[in-house]
Design a protein around this ligand. Structure first.
Ligand SMILES: NC(=O)c1ccc[n+]([C@@H]2O[C@H](COP(=O)([O-])OP(=O)(O)OC[C@H]3O[C@@H](n4cnc5c(N)ncnc54)[C@H](OP(=O)(O)O)[C@@H]3O)[C@@H](O)[C@H]2O)c1
Length: 331
């Protein structure tokens, strides 16, 4: 194991994150139990906020590498859960936020944060999934647990051409749900139909303030955008339907009324992928390995190099990234 490695590395300058690609010393990583030779990381919305650091305070413990996900091979382990050579995956747990993250050729983690790479997925495919895909599957599990079944009616997915949305569309369609994909990009209609969407809802139909209760249209929903769009989805959700709420690409506010909840029994199911308990985590990864068609995953994924990180992180904050982007940290 060499003493230095390449990483996007954030230092605090005048109260802001300054993120640069540089050589980092092994001693700059935290003293956690398992050292991972990272092969792939990925760009999620949160990574966009972290790398374009002047826009938010995602990273709370600089110096550190951004990157909330990584997959790689164990290089050293003080834990009997993992041995040298094991292929492992990490999403969440505050990595890339409070602890040095995955946009780096090496990382160190607590053993409890790592999962063994699921059979049937390559390391690269686990990062094509990443936190975004994991969150999409947690949202699908929420709809299932709430009793929303294929055949109950259309399921709306908002921000559908983004990372969470793309995986949600592909998984729901594969499970036999009828998926209404909401997007702001006309250029992505064919892409979304290719992932399995039965219909397209232009974002503009949902973005303006509407009636507190509309026509009962959706049997359920997966919302990645929040704000007025979520309010309009709730207002058009059928009696006893459930909406899994995971994102805020349009904003963190909820400018609506309680009427969908108290007159139709509509339920919101909140999704937190970061501190999701181990049992649910294992369930979600197992279901991703069986219920996400790999040809669809490959079709929604681009693989990029470390030097591409600034451009991709800027694009994701503008809502201009389609599907998922994997970063090959050795390229
Ligand atoms: N709760 C959790 O644990 C968790 C985990 C992962 C992600 N998230 C959140 O989920 C959201 C999606 O993450 P992601 O990685 O999928 O990001 P992403 O790839 O950028 O997808 C977000 C999508 O939302 C739509 N969008 C962007 N700006 C918008 C706006 N102003 N108004 C309405 N729609 C807009 C776009 O889709 P269209 O072009 O198709 O409209 C965009 O592709 C983010 O807010 C992220 O923070 C939460």
């Amino acid at each position: 194991m060499s003493g230095t490695f390449k990483a996007w590395w954030a230092t605090e300058v005048d109260g802001k994150a300054n993120v640069e690609l540089c050589d980092v010393a092994d001693g700059d990583l935290p003293a956690d139990e398992v050292t991972v030779g990272v092969k792939y990381s990925t760009i999620n919305y949160k990574d966009g906020l972290a790398v374009q650091g002047n826009k938010s305070k995602i990273m709370r413990s600089m110096p550190m590498a951004p990157g909330i996900d990584y997959a790689g091979v164990v290089e050293a382990s003080d834990s009997d859960k993992f041995a040298v050579g094991d292929e492992v995956v990490l999403t969440g747990w505050g990595v890339g936020e409070a602890v040095s993250g995955g946009l780096s050729q090496r990382a160190r983690a607590k053993a409890d944060w790592l999962v063994k790479k699921p059979d049937g997925l390559s390391l690269q495919q686990t990062m094509a999934i990443g936190t975004a895909g994991f969150t999409a599957m947690m949202s699908v599990l929420a709809l299932e647990d709430a009793g929303v079944k294929p055949g109950d009616g259309d399921i709306i997915v908002t921000g559908a051409a983004g990372g969470v949305g793309s995986v949600a569309v592909a998984v729901l369609a594969n499970l036999g749900y009828s998926v209404a994909a909401s997007t702001g990009r006309e250029s992505e209609h064919d892409y979304l139909r290719g992932l399995g969407a039965s219909s397209i809802v232009p974002r503009s139909e949902l973005s303006e303030p509407g009636r507190p209760l509309g026509r009962e249209t959706w049997a359920g929903g997966i919302d990645t955008v929040g704000s007025q769009i979520l309010v309009n989805v709730l207002a058009a959700t059928k009696s006893l339907g459930t909406v899994a709420v995971c994102g805020l690409a349009a904003g963190p506010d909820l400018p609506g009324t309680v009427l969908p909840f108290i007159l139709r029994g509509v339920r919101i199911w909140g999704i937190d992928s970061v501190y999701c308990p181990a049992e649910r985590r294992a369930q979600a990864w197992a279901r991703l390995a069986t219920d996400l068609p790999l040809d669809k995953l490959d079709a929604m994924t681009e693989v990029k190099a470390m030097a591409d990180v600034p451009a991709i992180t800027a694009d994701i904050l503008k809502g201009q990234v389609r599907g998922r982007t994997v970063i090959d940290v050795n390229a």
